[in-house]
Design a binder for this molecule. Sequence first.
Ligand code: PEP
Length: 253
Amino acid sequence: MARKIVAGNWKMNKTVNEGVQLVEELKNELAKVDTSDVTVVVSPPYVNLSEAVKTAQGSPVNVSAQNVHQEESGAYTGEISAQMLKSVGVGYVIIGHSERREYFGENATDIAKKVDAVITQGLTPIYCCGEVKEERESGNQNEVVGGQISSELFHLSPEDFGKVVIAYEPVWAIGTGLTASPDQAQDMHAFIRDFVSEKYGQEIAEETSILYGGSCKPSNAAEIFSKKDVDGGLIGGASLKAEDFVGIITAFN
Ligand code: PEP
């Protein structure tokens, strides 16, 4: 069975002190609930990672980066490698978020290489895929998501593919307040699992965590998470307040 995961993506929010405070609040709130079945992840901006890792120590909170550069080192001004992320104690890295694809021009080749770099360092990629509004409206969502996954992940060996977490994030639902209906989420997650199964077999497909992302909040998380192929969520806006994020984490209970 796939691991249940709730991962927060803070995006470009929170100073170092605000980030430490949020992790402290999460620790306090999570101490009151049973999180044994759920992996909890937060993804602060790069400059907060070190302090977030220190603050999260000894708690159920794991720390992820929001991006990575594909090369190990070199003349790439402003970039951060997977090796550097590992050195601060990060365990996860979000790769291929739609905002990186749209605003920073990340393409399939970059994303495939980033996945490789992260796996090489023993970190877990949280790989994002999803269709834009026009693609959903024309009924092409499966072709789009299948195309992303095959060009960005299917070069991996079965062993390495087993280390990837997939986040299905319909772009039209990110930060818009529009959420995929639980049935739309389930349909796509089932499609992704079948697609993975055809390539890597049923066992790997069943163990792959497939998260839903897009305006998920405490009021809709339980219904979305109750769907058979939804193994958790990648949460943007609602991960910035401990109370909301914990409300989503406990939606599994
Ligand atoms: C995201 O950016 O990954 C996301 C899901 O954002 P939001 O929850 O704010 O829609």
